[in-house]
Design a protein around this ligand. Structure first.
Ligand SMILES: [Fe+2]
Ligand SMILES: [Fe+2]
Length: 387
């Protein structure tokens, strides 16, 4: 038998020569254990000089997304069964970056991409890797702790894991293709157009990360709603979606197909994150009677557009075959209108056109059609997702 190594948990992987032999509990030792536990509990109650009093059951009507009054350690009864459904569905999407063959990408990057395509490719990765760490920290450290219904937190715990997986994916691409890691990771610190998006995200999200945010205070509450709205609708709903499209443009020409496939998996997760975030935001607005200032919403879209436009021109200083900065920016505006519409807000960019009609097909896993609009058929069962 191998002794578990607590100082180096990686040593605990089970080798085939060390089969686990389960020890079947006998009725006798199970009874003895139960008796022992009861005594321990009685001793601790006596020591604390307290009588045990049964607590009243959790009342589902007391559950709230935030500022709830119920026991957050009890999962059911569910007030938000859709959140549990999101969790179950997310678990059908399991994958890792090691599942994707990257061999052809190494060759494409070094021998087929033009200088400007390489410039685009590297800067897309540089932005994404920083932004997914930010996403993980925002959900895990700022949003999740404010939720007062465990079914919401459980999905968000899965989301935190997925954001970490996405960061691993970019790292895997950077590593296998042989890019200079520290240089790529440092780019957001030295390139103003990448820094601009991260800075804007930090400005919107840092408020929610602050430990003295009090959601019973109306100003703090509105700030939190705007922060989560920015995160779900812009950061995940537009910037990730739009951020992958230049890579899908390469895939469309048969280039960098491994990276594109990785991004298809990430996209599938992000659709869920976006959908969940929007539901939570709408639920908070309803439960807490929040009225958002239309001018503040307008400002959110305009500053997001300015940051995205600068980034688009930076990654694509000249057009590449089948994709250019104008398409990139127009597509952001087109998607932004759809996100705003879902919130029943006015379109921030009236008249924006679908500049990349091929995008849905390229972003879809294994040739399934209408990935964003209808149903994931090939890798999932029983899940219907729409933007
Ligand atoms: Fe992500
Ligand atoms: Fe996400």
């Amino acid at each position: 038998m191998k002794i578990l190594d607590w100082s180096n948990p990686l040593n605990n992987a089970i080798a085939p020569k060390d089969p686990i032999v389960p020890i079947a509990p006998t009725e006798k030792n199970a009874t003895a254990a139960a008796e022992q536990a009861r005594h321990a509990l009685n001793d601790s109650i006596t020591q604390n000089d307290e009588e045990f009093t049964a607590l009243p059951p959790v009342n589902v009507d007391d559950k709230r997304v935030i500022n709830g009054l119920t026991d957050v350690n009890q999962l059911a009864p569910f007030k938000y069964p859709w959140a549990w459904e999101y969790f179950l569905n997310a678990n059908k999407n399991h994958w890792t970056p090691l599942d994707v063959n990257m061999t052809q990408d190494v060759h494409d990057y070094h021998h087929k991409l033009t200088d400007s395509e390489r410039h685009m490719f590297e800067n897309v990765l540089a932005y994404l890797t920083t932004s997914d760490i930010l996403a993980m920290r925002n959900i895990g450290l700022a949003v999740m702790e404010k939720m007062t219904a465990p079914e919401l937190q459980i999905y968000q715990a899965r989301q935190v894991f997925e954001e970490a997986m996405h960061t691993w994916t970019y790292q895997h691409c950077i590593e296998t293709i042989g890019l200079e890691q520290s240089e790529i990771y440092n780019r957001y610190r030295v390139v103003p157009e990448i820094h601009g998006k991260i800075k804007l995200a930090n400005k919107r999200l840092n408020a929610a990360l602050s430990s003295d945010m009090d959601l019973t205070n109306r100003d703090d509450l509105e700030e939190f709603v705007m922060s989560y709205l920015f995160f779900a609708a812009v950061f995940e709903g537009c910037w990730f979606y739009n951020g992958f499209s230049p890579i899908f443009a390469l895939q469309r020409r048969g280039l960098m197909k491994g990276t594109a496939e990785q991004f298809q998996y990430i996209m599938r997760d992000e659709i869920m994150h976006y959908g969940f975030g929007m539901k939570v935001v709408k639920q908070i607005i309803e439960e807490e009677n929040v009225t958002l200032d239309p001018k503040a919403i307008e400002q959110l879209w305009q500053e997001s557009d300015a940051a995205e436009s600068a980034y688009g021109h930076y990654i694509l200083p000249e057009p590449m075959l089948g994709y250019n900065a104008q398409d990139h920016i127009e597509q952001f505006r087109f998607i932004a209108n759809r996100r705003a519409k879902q919130l029943k807000h006015a379109e921030p960019f009236p008249g924006a056109k679908n500049a990349l009609p091929w995008l849905n097909e390229q972003a879809s896993l294994r040739k399934e059609k209408n990935f964003f609009e209808t149903r994931i058929t090939e890798y999932q069962t029983g899940a219907s997702l729409s933007w």
